[in-house]
Write a protein that binds this ligand. Sequence first.
Ligand SMILES: NC(=O)c1ccc[n+]([C@@H]2O[C@H](COP(=O)([O-])OP(=O)(O)OC[C@H]3O[C@@H](n4cnc5c(N)ncnc54)[C@H](OP(=O)(O)O)[C@@H]3O)[C@@H](O)[C@H]2O)c1
Length: 293
Amino acid sequence: MRILVTGARGLLGSEVVRAAAARGHNTVPLGHDDLDVTDAERVLAAVTAESPDRIVHCAAYTAVDGAEAEPDVASRVNRDGTRNVARAAAASASGMVYVSTDFVFDGLEHAPYLPDHPVAPLSVYGRTKRDGEEAVLEVAAQGAHGAFRPLIVRTGWLYGAEGRNFVDAMVERAARGEALRVVDDQTGGPTWARNVADILVELMEREVDGIWHVADRGEATWLELARTAVRLSGLEANVGGVSTAEWGAPAPRPPYSVLDVTRTERLLGRRMEPWPEALARFLGTEGEERRER
Ligand SMILES: NC(=O)c1ccc[n+]([C@@H]2O[C@H](COP(=O)([O-])OP(=O)(O)OC[C@H]3O[C@@H](n4cnc5c(N)ncnc54)[C@H](OP(=O)(O)O)[C@@H]3O)[C@@H](O)[C@H]2O)c1
């Protein structure tokens, strides 16, 4: 397949490009500088020129706290930009994958969220990502473009090689001997972006559409994730808990946002990797890659 990736230099986009190439697909990686998804004309021109079989739309405004201060910017990218990509995909008979988030849920449940659970985002970021989902589904429902059957993949709590992420930040600070204070009353599903990318490509190959949850298995608080990352890195640090209220971040976050991945597991015929195992592989692989450089 010929696969165009937006946001191709981001945390997940870079892994999607790697995963698609590793499985023998022809990739068209477009970073922010190559294609600004808020420019509808340029999006249509790029998609028409490249004529991909699939577009994996990873470009997004992802600063959860920043979105509270600039909701219009977040909306322009996450809602309008996504609509631009969906319209261009439909017009050129390309398939589309939209990457969405656990933050579309309010987090008031105490069991993992199924894909058809009602969404109720708490934050501006979550609302704009929900709006992106709706924009994709609206383009699909318009019918004028016939068989545009998009795939929406929700994931959450990603870490990986590209860009800043929570795991690297914790390990770096522990290595500097700093004491860490980490939120202990939010629970999610820590997930290696590489695992999401591999499964996302597999779902495209199987021509799956609709809404699917893709995440590593199990759940943890940010405190548990930080402690595990520090321990697996062979470091010792004073890692203490702090409540969401004490931490005082600008954006509200769901207290519990674990995604139920059982439907995806049934489809694939295998279980997702448990998060501590994925994290150990990430830290091992990354350590080796760093030593080689
Ligand atoms: N990280 C997570 O924990 C997480 C969890 C759930 C879902 N997701 C979703 O996963 C997807 C990928 O996110 P990520 O974690 O890979 O974030 P990321 O590293 O911030 O990547 C997003 C990329 O989009 C680019 N971008 C921003 N505005 C753009 C625009 N107007 N046009 C084109 N590109 C633009 C960014 O480029 P610049 O940096 O140059 O602006 C960045 O390279 C997003 O849809 C996100 O909502 C992420």
